[in-house]
Design a protein around this ligand. Sequence first.
Ligand code: FPP
Length: 241
Amino acid sequence: MTKFDPDEQAVPRSVAVIMDGNGRWAKRAGFERIRGHEKGIDAVRTTVTECARLGVEALVLYAFSEENWARPKREVEMLFRLLKRFLVEERDTLMDNNVQLLHSGRRERLAPDVLALLDETVAMTAGNTGMKLSLAISYGARQELVDAVQALARQVAAGELPPGAIDEDAISAALYQPSLPDPDILIRTAGEMRLSNFLLWQISYAELHVSDVCWPEFGAEQLHDAFRAYGRRVRSFGKVL
Ligand code: FPP
């Protein structure tokens, strides 16, 4: 494993990841797609523990998009089976690493047993003071903005909010997880140069890093590469430096 010295390299405060390529990895290895998702859980564990160790404040992982509901029923079922397993089996990892679990996404389409395990793990880790880990499940950025606009419109209709008070901070505060800082870096695996409806409001000034490896092969070394690349970026936020 390559050495990574956080004193030398910038560790981003907030990290977002589009975990792509599970299916391609499985196909190449001669397995069913689900084996790729299974192996993907090991990569999730590595990234979570390594980000926590390095002092990342917030990590958002795109685990299941709104669009993913259109996948074959069997794959959706298998993904949620894995997700439920993760929510139980990784509790020790979350507790040992002082990680607080959160959920970003719509709850409506999630099955009661998924919601129960999600809520239990969120509650169990609520007192953890280290890294915040938000799993984006049944998540879409446009849907998040629709939900935020509706919430703000309800406050306006109730006379609680003057329309002129809707500013950038008010919109950020109406998103699913307002306590999360905007991502400094968005990592995508498997080489695709797409945003795929992920955190569109929050990534306005995120640095993009695309890794060629598929998610099941994304380990600490690849995470360090991403952070090194991030450390070399000059972030001007639109200003002249
Ligand atoms: C993209 O690969 C990945 C997903 C749609 C799901 C991500 C899920 C995991 C990493 C495992 C479960 C996660 C947690 C947090 C328990 P793809 O299937 O789109 O790959 P492909 O583009 O190669 O077909």
